[in-house]
Write a protein that binds this ligand. Structure first.
Ligand SMILES: [Zn+2]
Length: 63
């Protein structure tokens, strides 16, 4: 009865046993790879944003 939506393409899927669903929670290997690629890109972007903002922080240890 459980309805699950693929996080990539939002396709509704009826829940299966995880042992019969190798691409859980994605509807297919394609969507699984799309999500993986997006996740990697976002983690790279976050890492790139963190370094400059750290330099912009004022030093608070010169009290
Ligand atoms: Zn999908």
């Amino acid at each position: 009865m459980n309805q699950v939506r693929c996080p990539t393409c939002q396709a509704p899927m009826s829940f299966q046993a995880r042992s019969e669903w190798p691409d859980f929670p994605f509807c297919s290997l394609k969507c699984r790879r799309v999500d993986l690629n997006r996740w990697f890109k976002e983690s790279y972007r976050v890492g790139g944003d963190e370094s400059p903002s750290e330099k912009d922080l004022p030093a608070e240890d010169d009290s």
